[in-house]
Ligand binder design. Structure first.
Ligand SMILES: NC(=O)c1ccc[n+]([C@@H]2O[C@H](COP(=O)([O-])OP(=O)(O)OC[C@H]3O[C@@H](n4cnc5c(N)ncnc54)[C@H](OP(=O)(O)O)[C@@H]3O)[C@@H](O)[C@H]2O)c1
Length: 254
């Protein structure tokens, strides 16, 4: 029986990916902080087949605990999906919160990737969830966007290092998605024009396709997002940052 571990599986994209992998016959280990949500998800997906681990991946001891778990248990797939951000201008967000974002979005991803890839075998796959913002700066979300650039760059290098061993590593980069992410970050998904927002089901479907195809080191989710990115590449950096600043939910607009 194939096994997959998903961080951030209690809601949003991770939960939807968990549903789809269960349907494909995977036995899952679901990781997040919220015990009640995880237990209810475990019950709905099939209690005997799936395991839950409640951890806070902004805490170094918890990251280490999960890293040890990965070292001692074999998984065919690891999806580093847990991630948060905070909208607002850099000096208006408590530094502590921004450092926590860095720990979750980067340190946990690196530590868990290390534990996984040390013992990975041909056929295994590691997906790190970045963001469309990996490809842009975001005034009003400076640290978040920077952490996602890190994820994209990091995953791409690992793709090369592991491809000849038959191990697939990729960064998967969703655009704006209708999950609790934006609410938790201090804004609402309604801050985005409707046409740019994907559903978690659409995003999860593309992630599963990426896992099935196992081709590219950097997968940008959604045709509309790939087109946006293409358009942005034609602009100067100054023009691109000015546009991002004007549309960012993290910058006050009068
Ligand atoms: N939504 C978007 O527009 C969007 C766009 C691009 C990229 N992404 C990325 O996609 C990934 C998933 O986000 P989402 O949209 O599905 O957001 P979400 O609905 O807020 O889900 C985030 C998941 O991460 C878990 N999580 C948060 N902090 C954690 C912590 N400290 N330790 C362990 N687990 C933690 C949450 O569970 P608990 O609260 O139970 O811990 C939840 O399961 C993130 O990496 C995000 O950056 C999202």
């Amino acid at each position: 029986m194939k096994k997959a571990l998903i961080t951030g599986a209690s809601g949003g994209i991770g939960l939807e990916v968990a549903r789809k992998l269960t349907a494909q016959g995977y036995n899952l280990t679901l990781v997040a902080r919220n015990k009640e949500k995880l237990i209810s998800l475990q019950e709905s997906l099939g209690k005997d087949r799936h395991q839950v681990i409640y951890l806070d991946l902004t805490k170094k001891a918890d990251i280490l605990q999960l890293s040890n778990h990965i070292t001692n248990n074999r998984y065919d797939i690891l999806i580093n999906n847990a991630g948060t951000g905070t909208y607002g201008q850099f000096v208006e967000i408590p530094l502590e919160d921004q450092l926590s974002t860095m720990t979750l979005n980067m340190e946990a991803v690196v530590t868990l990737s290390y534990a996984y890839l040390k013992n990975a075998r041909s056929g295994d796959a590691l997906i790190n969830i970045g963001s469309l913002l990996a490809h842009s700066s975001l005034p009003g979300g400076a640290v978040y966007a920077a952490t996602k650039s890190f994820v994209a760059n990091f995953s791409e290098s690992l793709w090369f290092e592991f491809k000849n061993k038959g191990i697939f590593v990729a960064g998967f980069h969703p655009g704006a998605t209708d999950s609790d992410f934006h609410h938790n970050a201090g804004k609402e998904t309604s801050a985005f024009p409707k046409f740019v927002v994907s559903s978690v089901a659409q995003v999860a479907e593309e992630l599963i396709n990426a896992l099935n195809n196992r081709s590219k080191p950097r997968i940008v989710q959604g045709l509309k997002n790939r087109m946006m990115l293409f358009g942005f590449r034609l602009l100067s950096r100054k023009a691109a940052v000015n546009i991002m600043g004007k549309i960012s939910p993290g910058i006050p607009h009068s």
